[in-house]
Design a protein around this ligand. Sequence first.
Ligand code: ATP
Length: 220
Amino acid sequence: MITDITAPIPYLAAMAKRIALTGNIGSGKTTVARLFQELGIPVFEADAVAKQLLVEDADLRRSVTAHFGPNAYDEQGDLNRAYLAKRIFSSEEDLNQLNALVHPAVTKAALTWHESQADAQAKLENNQFWYTLHEAAITLEIGQANAFDAIIVVTAPESVRLQRVMRRDGSTEAQVLARMARQWPEAQKVAAADYLIYNDGQHELWPQVESVHQQIKALP
Ligand code: ATP
């Protein structure tokens, strides 16, 4: 067989795996994502990007204003979070509508980002690029599991998550419980995981993260 050494190397974006990092509110996704970052794995923070796109993406702003009215943004052009939160908490249809507007924009941004990461890595020597992480709370709820090569779920008991979020956000128990009610039950999320990371305060995170990292690197 003749090998053409001038042939381009396979496009790295197609080789680099896309891994979802998900888990319910307060489970510790962001905390765990930081550890993967320390191992050199690029992380796409979907919830943060969604917030950014809602302000910066002109098409998305237009669609949100068309559905939710001019009150969706304040005079400075910032998202009127209080107004939108009120709408989506009182109407399932509004919640679904907002998701239907935001998630395609986030998915598009995530794919572009993933490819740019692969391209950047292709320029480095000693390429150590295996996968990117897509950190988001509701990947499973919005039916995106199939878009990823594997799913990592960070899990912790509800009582622990509740206390963490109340402390972090200064929210009341009722406010956090209302947000939890919009997410899948913990057991359903755990059942959908390819890899589980226990962040219950009893299990150390580093050994779990390193083990999952090695297993993902070894995926065919
Ligand atoms: P959300 O879905 O609300 O974005 P999350 O799953 O990303 O939450 P984090 O923000 O990582 O969760 O963690 C929630 C809070 O709990 C944070 O204040 C974090 O510092 C704290 N926390 C996370 N893991 C631990 C832990 N093992 N021990 C102590 N505190 C923790």
